[in-house]
Every structure is written in structure tokens, then in C-alpha cells.
Design a protein around this ligand. Sequence first.
Ligand SMILES: Nc1ncnc2c1ncn2[C@@H]1O[C@H](COP(=O)(O)OS(=O)(=O)O)[C@@H](OP(=O)(O)O)[C@H]1O
Ligand SMILES: [Mg+2]
Length: 357
Amino acid sequence: MAYEKELQVAQLAVARAAILTKAVFHEKAKGTVSKDDKSPVTIGDFGAQALIIAAIKHNFPSDEVVGEEEASSLREQKDLSSTIWNLVKDVKLDDPESDALLGGPIRSEAEMLDIIDMGNSAGGNKGRIWALDPIDGTKGFLRGGQYAVCLALIVDGDVKVGVLGCPNLPIDDREPLTEDMGAAASDAEGKGVLFSAVLGQGATSQPLTRRGASTDSTGVRPIHVSKISDVSEAVMCESVEPGHSSKGDNALIAEKLGITRKPVQMDSQAKYGSVARGAGDLYLRLPVRKDYIEKIWDHAAGDLIVREAGGQVTDVAGNRLNFGLGRTLTENKGVIAAPANVHAQVLKAVQEVLNSK
Ligand SMILES: Nc1ncnc2c1ncn2[C@@H]1O[C@H](COP(=O)(O)OS(=O)(=O)O)[C@@H](OP(=O)(O)O)[C@H]1O
Ligand SMILES: [Mg+2]
């Protein structure tokens, strides 16, 4: 099957990076990482980016990476850099065979910094380019709520493989979303899901942990968007941060569509995963600031996973997201993800609300 190895590498790399992010969160909880509230994000972001790029470059040396982070600031903060290195050097998957597939450990702190800087591709519509968000939903991560480790392979401008590791979402696809989904999630059993898709091959979910190249594939389930026919019954997912997506517009659109349920707020591409598995029905992200341009790493994996699960993803003009224009989605404003059968109806309501402003 096409992109089999890419999918396997992406899944294992995301799973390994998610282990690091969880370790950082637990260190933070113990107070050993830093008293500075922001540093757990920095540590997790840089560490996860290093681990994932190392795995990509080991398996596909000539591929490029568009990564959210670059290491120049880190090179000047020796203490932070060595804290990250101390975590990164010890992170392993349960299964040695899978670790070996990812290329074994990074050899030194200096090499780690160089690897982080390999995420500097300009993007574009030629060749093989991975889009990486090591910790998407940084605010959710800090809170112990929803965040995602996101990786997608874009070939000649088209997303071919997408993987989302969501450590704080329930494993069970049928578990309904709750209003406090975005608040601190317990780290209890039953949490941590990996969403994956390959273009033309459908979308799946599986537990994020206890998996490896040598284990069988039990736990891998095909996922589908909800079978909603009456859009007034929809559960809408939206950002937590009011600055990232317009809550006021969402409320007006919901009213127009007759939706009475309160929206579920959660950070990160966990929203795309939730729509893809039918736990939520719609994801609306309407621009707050006209000048904000969305980043490809915030959408590439989620876009493919929702589409392969039977959904449609467009901007507010009804156009597909264009991942072939560089590091940002320069031609798109806003995002509407919905089951294919109701997408046009939702888009119409979105446009009516935006045009009436
Ligand atoms: N002004 C504005 N408008 C839209 N989007 C923005 C804006 N500013 C930032 N970002 C990006 O939003 C990413 C997080 O989006 P979420 O939907 O997860 O956010 S949240 O629930 O609103 O926090 C977030 O990703 P992370 O930085 O990885 O968390 C940013 O890339
Ligand atoms: Mg992000």
C-alpha cells in the first residue's frame, strides 16, 4: 500500500514524542521543570520537534520539514537546552524494534539543536515536505487539557499522510464530548488516542500507547464522521481561546442552524480528531483578526483525517485548504469541518453571518 512506511514512521514518531510531552507535564506537576509557567511548553515543543525530525531524517533523508520551532533562542539558553537534552536522550518507545526503526537515540545536545533547525523548510508545492506541530494547543497542554502532537506529509502540495497524537482525549471513539473537555483532563487510564489517515485509504484511531512495530494491529479502528442528518442536533467544537476563533460568530451560526447544544471548547487539532470519529459534529474556526494567517502545521493532519473519515473541510469561502503555498495558508480564511452531507448547509449559514457584519 502507498505510504505504508511513511505512516508507520509518523505514528511511531508521534507516539514517542507524546511520551516526552507527558514526561514534561509530570515534571511540571512535581515542580522540577521550572517555576516559570511557560517553560514546560518550550521544553516539550523543542524536545518533541527534535525527536520527530530525527525519525523523519533517519528514514527519509532528503525530505524537508516545516516545523513550528527553530533553535536559535535555545542556543543562547544553555540551562534550558540541557534540560531538554536530558529528557530527549532517554525517551524510548516500549518496544526496542520500533525505536530502532526511528533511528535510535540522538547522539549529543549539539546534534539535537541542529536537528531542531532542520524544521526550517519554506514549504511549497514541490517535493516531499512534512508539516510538524510538536505541541499544538500549548495552552491546553499547560492546563492538563487537550493538546496534540501533529505530523503530516505533503507531497507536491497535497496532504498524503496525517497523524495526530492526542494524549488527553478518550481512547473510546464513542465516548461523548463533555463541556469541560478542554479543562484539565485526568491522566487516568483510558486516555490517549492516535488518529491517522492516508489519502484514499480512510482514517483510523488506536490507543496512543502500548503499540509498536512488532505488536499486532489490534486496537486499530476505522473512524467515520457522525451520521447526522438534522444539523440542529449538531455538537459544535470550537477553540478555547477567544482570540483564535470568533465565539460570537459561532453563536450566531449555531442560532441560524437551530443548534441549541452548547459548543464544546477544546484546544488543538483534537477538534479535528473529535469530528473525524463522530464524537463532535462540526468544527468552526472563524477569523477574529483579519490579518492572522493560519499555519500549515495547525491544520494539515486534521484536514486529511476529517476528509478521509467522510467529512469536508473548507475555508469560509468554501475552498479547500491549500497546503502548497509555503508555511502558511495564505489563500484561506477560517475553517469549517463537517460531515459531507451537511457541509454545504453549514457553509451557507457561515457566509450569511459573515456577510451580514
Ligand atoms: N490570532 C490567532 N487566530 C487563529 N489562530 C491563532 C492565532 N494566534 C495563534 N493561533 C494558532 O492557534 C493554535 C491553537 O489553536 P487552537 O484552536 O488549539 O487554540 S485554542 O483553543 O484557541 O487555544 C496555535 O497553535 P499552538 O501555538 O501550537 O498552540 C496557534 O498557531
Ligand atoms: Mg499549533
